[in-house]
Structure formats: structure tokens, C-alpha cells
Design a protein. Sequence first.
Length: 89
Amino acid sequence: MDKSADRIVKRFDYNRLVRQTTMPIITIFNSPTDYPGKYVARVFDVGKPTNLAAVAGTYEDLLEAIPTGQMVRLERNPNDDPVIVETWV
């Protein structure tokens, strides 16, 4: 994705995500090509990436962006791109 179009947030608002998407999915990436050396949590609308993202230097800091108690963590599938850490639905 072109990061110049990204809207970076510190924390995702779950209620807003539900209103703005069909089904919000947040995927966490470790050092993707558009943000080398960073962890990125990007919102997807079902399978389509959006421009809404959170960026942090560490995985632990990035977890602060995930809505607490409202989403479920899914392990990375072995067939996923290697930069994918996990997904939240």
C-alpha cells in the first residue's frame, strides 16, 4: 500500500470500525515493505485493506491500538505472508 494515503491512529475505535466496515479485521505486520523496521496494524474491510493503520516500534506498543475485549486474536496461518504476525477479528 501507499503509506502517504494512510490515516495513522494511536488506538482503533471498535464502534467506529463496525459502522465504517462490513466486517472489521485488523492484521498486524512486522516490518512490511511500506514501514520497514516497524510493526503495523492495518484495518481490512473483510479482505480489502483500508488506509486506517497504527504504527509502533514494538509489538507490545502496537497491541495498545487493538480494541480491548472486543476482538479475538487469530494465530498466523503458515501460508500467510511471512511479515504477518497475527490477525484480530
